[in-house]
Design a protein around this ligand. Structure first.
Ligand SMILES: Cc1cc2nc3c(=O)[nH]c(=O)nc-3n(C[C@H](O)[C@H](O)[C@H](O)COP(=O)(O)OP(=O)(O)OC[C@H]3O[C@@H](n4cnc5c(N)ncnc54)[C@H](O)[C@@H]3O)c2cc1C
Length: 392
């Protein structure tokens, strides 16, 4: 029997059984050919197949599980969302293509959007049809995001946008972008910014790929030259976009990492098996590091569960981001050391990387994106511990 729309009424055991059975029945054919692929650093692999997979997930109601039913979600409890993430990772189902729509924009619209915005944008995310990208960073506004210079001017019934974003992940395959832009001329820092929803397919937007160290190009420069969006495509009030943008970041730093940890566990299990197989598990230093990674994973899990129990994450979400970003970067380094010298040799030309090599290279970025480690520490210092603000 299929699960009801509101899954919160179902027992965890029943929910897990259904998740497992559905994945076994549907992760077949072309989808099964992408088992374990399409994760961070590997985004370009099988993109079109993963796009179709997203729709299959949507049709079966596996997208937006935790959203309230009145917004088209299934009201899944935190425990059920974790169960789904666990089963998904265990089945090695392909990397998802619309993390930013489902996990960042969706919850932000539910918290701050108008009814019309929710009606317009949530259903296509739930059906796996519309993908989103994040237009925050600029050449001079990364850690110092309040220095955003992209301008948006209200001209009749349209916002007209000019400026440049950078490091915009998956912009080249996104239908919409949420853009932080300066809407009050002469304003500075956090005031005078607005949070706009902008369609990507228009003459005023040019996307240029940036090639990454992994050889892939999942992120881009995005240029806005008289780009347009409708006047009502603003989330929150004019000039008050900073608060909306920060709430979205808390989703990025907190709840959305749920699925990730199960993938981390699989990677660590793989490394332990590799170390046993190639004899490096006998190396006392590598053993210590493997144990430290395992302990870190337990801490990450329990802290994640604790912080997710408290609803919309606050500045404490920075603890999780700081911890998992550093942990995963360390795992990438450990993978290279367990693989030994030969693990650093790439096959082919330009070069084909193994999944361990991709992990090693891509995880360098994880202590940077979503706010660098130093910025997370600043957030924790000032907003959690109440220490004096840093001198700028
Ligand atoms: C893989 C990847 C994907 C990304 N995807 C997106 C995306 O989709 N959308 C988007 O908008 N952005 C994206 N970003 C950009 C990311 O958010 C920025 O790289 C990040 O915020 C850092 O900004 P920056 O690169 O300008 O570095 P800078 O801000 O120039 O920082 C350089 C160094 O100085 C340190 N630093 C800066 N200020 C301080 C301070 N006050 N105190 C202590 N240390 C400081 C930083 O920690 C860092 O080590 C992505 C980045 C990466 C790597």
């Amino acid at each position: 029997m299929p699960l009801p729309t509101d899954v919160s009424t179902v027992s965890d055991e029943e929910f897990r059984a259904e998740a497992k059975a559905w994945l076994a029945a549907n992760l077949v054919g072309e989808y099964a050919s992408l088992k374990g692929r399409g994760g961070p650093g590997d985004e370009e692999v099988g993109f079109e197949i993963r796009e179709r997979w997203e729709r299959v997930l949507g049709e079966a109601g596996w997208i937006g599980l935790g959203w309230p039913t009145e917004f088209g979600g299934r009201n899944a409890t935190v425990a059920q969302q974790i169960i789904w993430a666990e089963e998904y990772a265990r089945a090695q189902a392909p990397g998802r293509v619309n993390h930013m729509g489902e996990n960042l924009l969706g919850p932000t619209l539910i918290a701050h959007g108008t009814a019309a915005q929710c009606d317009r944008f949530l259903p296509p995310i739930l059906r796996g049809e519309e993908r989103w990208c994040q237009g925050y960073s600029e050449p001079n506004a990364g850690s110092d995001l309040a220095n955003v210079q992209t301008r948006a001017v209200l001209d009749g019934d349209r916002w007209v946008i000019n400026g440049q974003k950078v490091w915009t992940s998956l912009a080249h395959v996104s239908h919409w972008c949420f853009v932080v832009a300066r809407t009050e001329p002469g304003s500075s820092r956090h005031s005078g910014l607005s949070f706009l929803l902008v369609p990507m397919d228009q003459p005023g937007i040019e996307t240029r790929a940036i090639v990454q160290i992994t050889g892939g190009g999942e992120f881009n420069e995005v240029f806005f030259t008289d780009a347009e969006t409708d006047a009502d495509m603003i989330v929150g009030e004019i000039g008050k976009g900073w608060g909306v943008a920060m709430d979205l970041l808390a989703f990025e730093r907190g709840i959305s990492t749920l699925a990730q940890q199960v993938g981390f566990e699989r990677e660590l299990d793989g490394l332990i098996a590799e170390a046993k197989g190639n004899g490096r598990a006998a190396d006392p230093v590598l053993r210590q590091r493997l144990v430290d990674m395992w302990i870190g994973l337990q801490l990450m899990k329990w802290n994640g569960l604790r912080s997710m129990g408290s609803g919309v994450p606050g500045p404490e979400a920075s603890i999780s981001k700081l911890f998992w970003g550093t942990w995963h970067r360390d795992l990438g380094e450990l993978a290279m050391d367990i693989g030994g010298m030969e693990s650093q040799i790439a096959e082919g030309f330009p070069y084909e990387l193994t999944l361990d090599q991709k992990m090693f290279l891509f995880t360098r970025s994880e202590t940077i994106y979503g706010g660098s480690n130093e910025i997370q520490r600043n957030v924790i210092a000032e907003r959690v511990l109440g220490l004096p603000r840093e001198k700028v």
